[in-house]
Write a protein that binds this ligand. Structure first.
Ligand SMILES: *Cc1c(COP(=O)(O)O)cnc(C)c1O
Length: 383
């Protein structure tokens, strides 16, 4: 081991990326959209690259045009906000990151780094909060969820917050709806978030908002300690371009802007995000079909006797579903799940083993049918 590397990093594991290889497989392990950009839009993007972008010039380091477009999108595409007409999100409320991943790191640097602060997460959840915190030496407090509906154990959370004296909780990370379990925040959970001290930053990750059609953005202006994260990697079909954004009080945004790298977002990615917003109706029109397909998958998994005997499946507000083994107490479920992943891959479908279960992205109707027949085949083979 090199003496110049921090010893605490040696025990950490890097984030395992989705589908490292496998172009010919059904890639249902990354929660991306199964659709590429439509050819006409891709053509426009290629034209932008050819005619507008000067490769010798740095990108727009202030993201001015993109922030305007994002703010307009946040205001118009706001499903459940009674106040949206009075309280507009302006570009001062927006910071753009190289994926939400960059924003997570900036948030941690802005709040806990080099101090005594810790973060709180409720597992199972998106692993990047914990992974990134640990790379910065920031303690991660973990509380469980109730497995009937995957809501958080709020009593456990209150206890952790009340008793951490060494490293007080400075940030609470929640996902709305959560990954990998698919549940949106309940009214009780949202009420709990409202009741948290203003000395705690509340990060609400709405990566799957376009699928859930539920957002807390309507009360953001009234909640100076709340930050919403969103991304272009999911419903907007731009995972390749790495664009995420934060919506929060301008004072928080100003701090995040100090921390981010000056030219964090390539010109091509900025152009892609702008174009996607210009074509938002067309790109998001497939959301209804994904939701319908999700219901088909859940219905089959809960009604086909072989599958239903074997898997427990929950409802979902996102573009994926979450499964666990029915009798997980009596078996080494992690080993069986690993076997299922392996068998599924050999049949041609990549799915994700995470949070003690299986997370399966909703793909095209054909891919989803193959998911069902292949799961049935694997169950049959293994048992
Ligand atoms: C996919 C996902 C993101 C998106 O991350 P990017 O870095 O923007 O691609 C963020 N949060 C959650 C919970 C996700 O599942």
């Amino acid at each position: 081991m090199f003496a110049f590397l921090r010893p605490d990093l040696a025990r950490l594991q890097a984030y395992a990326p989705a589908h490292p290889s496998g172009n010919s497989l059904d890639r249902l392990d990354g929660n991306e959209s199964y659709l590429d950009l439509p050819p006409e839009i891709k053509q426009k993007l290629a034209w932008t690259y050819q005619e507008i972008i000067a490769t010798n010039r740095y990108p727009d380091g202030g993201h001015g045009e993109l922030k305007e477009a994002i703010a307009a999108y946040v205001n118009t595409y706001n499903p459940n906000s009674p106040n949206s007409s009075q309280q507009k999100i302006t570009p001062e409320y927006i910071s753009v990151g190289n994926g939400s991943d960059e924003l997570i790191r900036s948030i941690l640097i802005a709040t806990c780094l080099g101090g005594s602060g810790s973060i709180l997460v409720s597992e199972p959840t998106f692993s990047m909060y914990g992974i990134t915190a640990e790379t910065l030496g920031i303690p991660v407090q973990k509380i469980p969820r109730h497995d009937q509906d995957w809501s958080m154990d709020l009593e456990a959370a209150d206890t952790v917050i009340a008793t951490q004296e060494q490293s007080p909780v400075r940030v609470v990370f929640v996902v709305h709806p959560n990954s990998p379990t698919g549940n949106a925040l309940t009214p009780a959970e949202i009420a709990w978030l409202r009741g948290l001290s203003e000395n705690i930053l509340v990060v609400i990750d709405e990566a799957y908002f376009e699928y859930s059609q539920q957002s807390v953005v309507g009360e953001l202006v009234d909640r100076p300690n709340w930050l919403i994260m969103r991304t272009f990697s999911k419903a907007f079909r731009l995972a390749a371009h790495r664009v995420g954004y934060a919506i929060a009080n301008p004072q928080i945004i100003e701090t995040l802007e100090k921390i981010r790298l000056p030219y964090n977002l390539p010109s091509f990615s900025q152009a892609a995000a702008l174009l996607a917003l210009q074509h938002q109706d067309e790109l998001l029109s497939v959301v209804d079909q994904v939701i319908a397909q999700r219901q088909v998958l859940i219905k089959e998994l809960t009604s086909q006797p072989d599958l239903q005997k074997f898997f427990r499946v929950w409802s979902s507000a996102a573009n994926f579903i979450y499964l666990r083994l029915q009798n997980e107490q009596n078996v080494d479920s992690s080993q069986i799940l690993a076997q299922i992943i392996h068998e599924m891959q050999s049949l041609g479908t990549l799915i994700r083993h995470t949070g003690g279960g299986l997370r399966i992205t909703i793909g095209s109707p054909e891919e989803n049918q193959r998911t069902l027949t292949r799961l049935a085949k694997v169950v049959d083979r293994l048992f």
